[in-house]
Design a binder for this molecule. Structure first.
Ligand SMILES: Cc1cc2nc3c(=O)[nH]c(=O)nc-3n(C[C@H](O)[C@H](O)[C@H](O)COP(=O)(O)OP(=O)(O)OC[C@H]3O[C@@H](n4cnc5c(N)ncnc54)[C@H](O)[C@@H]3O)c2cc1C
Ligand SMILES: NC(=O)c1ccc[n+]([C@@H]2O[C@H](COP(=O)([O-])OP(=O)(O)OC[C@H]3O[C@@H](n4cnc5c(N)ncnc54)[C@H](OP(=O)(O)O)[C@@H]3O)[C@@H](O)[C@H]2O)c1
Length: 446
């Protein structure tokens, strides 16, 4: 019997488990599956942890999410085609849910059957070696401090790529008297109430960490971009300046001459694709981009088709793209999809990489990833979902952000699965301090 290892039970690993479950429900004989996750529960980054640094076993904490994190894109753009928000919550809910609400949705789809039995929790994969025939996978059961070696025909890497921070150094950091942290270790914006905060970076973490600190009472927030400013209309108390040059004691001095007293510096400088458990010839080496090279259809490792990666792209599309990848990966593993010749694979990868390298703005990037996801969707029997509506929503969402970065989360979108229109949330995001599931879902009756 074919044996498959899935490394990681975050959204991608769960998509993989779900894809196999759906085939089994249709009476197909599925492979034997073992999924490994180093955390004590499933859900990946969405399974919030207060911990930073190491866990109780000395293993690095993978989690990068914080209290009060809300979806930064409309939930309609990530909706599962086979499990709508309406089905899970029993009613339409607003378009930008907090983390706890999205976590509930992700887990709701997988918790009914017996999928959890396939996951070895608290178990970290420490080595994957291909011996020419199959993969030898060494895993560490952290709780019982026990190492095991198992052989697998296929390995699916779904270990995420927003867990290992990239941490640059700036002159003066060693003598800075305040706190320096990476966004990976940012947990609670209330810590920065009344403080002067410097945020370095110009992508989603920089944007949201800056807004979080502002929302929860920071005295000032100064964002230092490196290449291009985000350029939003920031609320008073938040400003964007050009790149940090150096720190002199508690003073941050920027390249454009701007000076700011600082209590804390939050590095929103991105993450590394990091796979210490893979041997060099199996290892994806890439920066955060929309089409990492050497992955056929963004999934199959070019040099060894028994190794598959999920979710390694930079992400506009998330959960339903992960599903399309997982359904495709399942069909490759179950030999329902035959891969083309080496030269066709190379040509296809090169085509996508070349297209990606020409992209100039967010609209083109949205189009690119929508086209990629649509193509993948055509290749499996993943249920119908309106990707054209999702494309339209993403572009509208970009416009909302440009119009007003403080209010874009108050907007409402329609579902690409059920067509239902989300209600407007009872409290605008900027003043919604309690984001528990109960309070969020408690829409007043009309
Ligand atoms: C701060 C932050 C906010 C985000 N917000 C959003 C959002 O609002 N909307 C959205 O759609 N996306 C968001 N994302 C993107 C996020 O990447 C995806 O939503 C999703 O979590 C990716 O799923 P994944 O399964 O690829 O990775 P992860 O969620 O990272 O899960 C990977 C899993 O692999 C496990 N693992 C790793 N290494 C090993 C190992 N060696 N052995 C065993 N297990 C291992 C980890 O424990 C983890 O459970 C956000 C990301 C970050 C960092
Ligand atoms: N739900 C939410 O609200 C939320 C919040 C946070 C994050 N997220 C998600 O988290 C994921 C990761 O986002 P991310 O912003 O952490 O990573 P990212 O999108 O990969 O961006 C990395 C950023 O680091 C900057 N950078 C790299 N090296 C630097 C250096 N030496 N000095 C200063 N800046 C440097 C880059 O700047 P250049 O552009 O100049 O290279 C870029 O702005 C995304 O999927 C995002 O959607 C979601």
């Amino acid at each position: 019997m074919t044996k498959v290892a899935i490394i990681g039970a975050g959204p991608c690993g769960l998509s993989m488990l779900r894809a196999f479950e759906q085939a089994e429900k249709k009476g197909e004989k599925i492979p034997e599956i073992i999924c490994f996750d180093k955390q004590e529960n499933w859900g990946g980054l969405w399974n919030y942890s207060w911990r930073t640094g190491s866990d109780q076993y000395g293993d690095p904490v993978p989690n990068s999410m914080y209290r009060y994190l809300w979806s930064n894109g409309p939930k309609e753009c990530l909706e599962f085609a086979d499990y709508s928000f309406d089905e899970h919550f029993g009613k339409p809910i607003p378009s930008f849910p907090p983390r706890e609400v999205l976590y509930d949705y992700i887990i709701g789809r997988v918790k009914k059957g017996s999928l959890k039995d396939k996951v070895r929790f608290n178990t970290s994969v420490s080595s994957v070696v291909y011996n020419g025939n199959n993969f030898e996978v060494v895993s560490h059961d952290k709780k019982n401090n026990k190492f095991s070696k198992d052989n697998f025909d296929y390995v699916v890497v779904s270990s995420g790529h927003f867990s290992v921070p990239f941490i640059p150094e700036y002159p003066g950091m060693k003598s800075f008297p305040g706190r320096i942290l990476h966004s990976h270790d940012f947990r609670d914006a209330e810590e920065f109430r009344g403080k002067n905060v410097i945020v370095l970076g110009s992508s989603y973490s920089a944007e949201d960490v800056a807004l979080q600190c502002h929302k929860y009472g920071a005295k000032s927030v100064t964002i230092g971009y490196r290449n291009n400013p985000m350029g939003f209309k920031w609320p008073s108390g938040v400003k964007e300046v050009h790149y940090l040059d150096r720190l002199e004691e508690n003073k941050a001095i920027f390249k454009d001459g701007h000076e700011q007293e600082a209590d804390a510096i939050i590095l929103c400088s991105g993450y590394l694709h990091h796979f210490p458990f893979l041997t060099e010839e199996l290892k994806l080496k890439t920066r955060n981009r929309l089409y990492p090279p050497k992955l056929y259809k963004g999934v199959v490792w070019q040099d060894n088709h028994k190794l598959l990666y999920l979710g390694m792209q930079d992400q506009f599309h998330t959960f339903n793209m992960f599903d399309c990848q997982a359904w495709y990966a399942r069909d490759v593993i179950m030999s329902k999809i035959k891969l083309p010749s080496k030269s066709e694979i190379e040509k296809d990868i090169n085509k996508w990489v070349a297209l990606e390298e020409k992209l100039e703005n967010p609209e083109q990037m949205i189009d690119f990833q929508t086209e990629y996801t649509k193509e993948l969707h055509e290749l499996s029997n993943y249920p119908k979902i309106d990707f054209e509506l999702i494309r339209k929503h993403f572009k509208e969402w970009e416009h909302h952000k440009v119009e007003n970065i403080m209010t874009y989360r108050n907007k409402s979108f329609s579902s690409p699965v059920t067509g239902s229109v989300a209600p407007v949330h009872h409290t605008p995001w900027a003043s919604a301090m309690d984001d528990t599931l109960k309070v969020f879902l408690d829409q007043p009756k009309k």
